[in-house]
Design a protein around this ligand. Sequence first.
Ligand code: GDP
Length: 324
Amino acid sequence: MMIPTIPTPDEILDKGFSRGKKAADLLRTQKIPKHLKGKKIEERRVVTACQVIKDKLKSILDAVPEIEELHPFYQDYIDITVGVDSMKQALGALNWAYGILAQLEREYSRKFKRTPSERASSIQREAYGRIASVVNKIEKDLDFLDFAKSKLRNMPTIDFEATTIVIAGFPNVGKSTLLRQISGADPQVADYPFTTKGIQIGHTERHWKSIQIIDTPGLLDRPVLEMNDIELNAIVALEHLADAILFIFDGSETCGFHLESQYNLLKQIEKIFGEIPIIYLFNKMDIEQDKEYINQFVDDPENTLFISALDGEGIDKINEIINR
Ligand code: GDP
C-alpha cells in the first residue's frame, strides 16, 4: 500500500515555522501603515505555519486509501500485519490535528485583528506554542504510520479479476517447481505475514482468461492444528482469493514426509477452506512409486491427477481442470 513518507513532529514544525517566517519576512519590505505592520506580519507568520502544517497532514491523509474501500483480502492483510483499528486510530489523530489547526488559524486571525501591534509578537509565541503542542500530540500516530509504511511496503499485487489457485502441501513436495512450471517466468515475491519466504505469485493465461497461482511457503505447508489465531487469519485472507486449491502429495516420500501425514494436512486444509474446490495432485511420478500404496490416499479420483512438476508431465490436465 502506498503510504507516503511520514515526517516526525519536529520535521513538520520546522517546515511550518520556517515557511511562516519566510512569509512574514516578505511583508516587512511592503508598505503597510505603521500601526498595522507588526500585527500583519505576525498574523501572516501564524496563518502560514498553520496552512503549511495542515497541507502536510492532508497530503498524508489523501495518499492513504480508505481501508473499507479495499478488497477484503487487503483489509485482512492490513489487519494481520499492522491492525486495521490502529491504522484508523492513527489516521483519525491526523484528521483531529488538522481540524484543531484550522480552528487555531481562524482563532488567531481574529485575535490579531483585535490586538495592538505591540502585543503581536507575544500572541504569535502563544499561537506557536499551541501549534507545537497539537503536532507533538500526534507523535505516536506518525510513528505508527511510519511503521505501517515499512510493514506494508511489499504487499502482494493481486489481480482480482483472475482465477486464483492457491497451492498447499508439505515442504519439498514440489510446490514452487509446479508454480514455475505453470506460470513460466519468475513469480512475483511479496511479503506475507507468517511466511519466511513471503508469498509467490505466478501468472498464466488460458483461453484469454488470466490465472494466478499463489504459493505461501511456511503457511499452507504445515499442520494447521499447530497454528495460532493470527496465522489462521492469514489463511482466511487467502480464502477471499482462492477459486481452487491445488493440494500436492509426494507419493515418492522423498520430501521426507509419509503420505499418511500429508493426507492429515490435506484434511485440515479441507476443513479450513470449506467450500473451495480442491484439485489433488500426486507429484514426482517420474520417480518409481507404489500405485497401490498411493491409491489408499485418493478420495476423489475425478479431481486427482498424477504429474511430474519437474518434467511438466500432466500440467496441461491441471489447466483443463482449472478451466472446468
Ligand atoms: P516445495 O518446497 O514444495 O516448493 O518444493 P520444491 O518445488 O522446492 O521441490 C523440492 C524438491 O523436489 C526439489 O529438489 C525439486 O527439484 C524436487 N521436485 C519437485 N517436483 C519434482 C518432480 O516432479 N519430480 C522429481 N523427481 N523431483 C521433483
